[in-house]
Design a protein. Structure first.
Length: 106
């Protein structure tokens, strides 16, 4: 869904206001599903899955706040909504499987 939104935005011949929000929303919802499944299946330690849940919940909560004009997710305090998900996606989740591997379900 995120790829479809991204392609749609690239095909547009005009500037789309709040273009990142069109990609953030399906990414946040899909990330919540992914991290919930990681939490339930215990493929990664629970703190890692909880960090993902918090990160994607913050991303999903920040989109309506940005659309309502309460904050701007691209600068200032709005970046707080992107930090946990960024930490999860860029540092924790890629490094864990490479160094420790997945733990099979019991």
């Amino acid at each position: 869904m995120s790829a479809v939104c991204g392609v749609y935005l690239l095909v547009q011949l005009q500037v789309v206001p709040n273009h990142l929000l069109c990609v953030y929303l399906p990414t946040g919802i899909g990330g919540l599903v992914l991290t919930y499944l990681l939490y339930v299946s215990r493929l990664v330690p629970r703190p890692i899955a909880v960090l993902g849940l918090v990160g994607y919940a913050a991303l999903s909560a920040g989109v309506p706040l940005d659309l309502a004009g309460v904050l701007d997710m691209n600068e200032g305090a709005g970046l707080i909504f992107l930090a946990p998900g960024g930490l999860f996606e860029l540092l924790v989740l890629p490094i864990w499987p490479l160094t420790k591997g997945f733990r099979p379900a019991n």
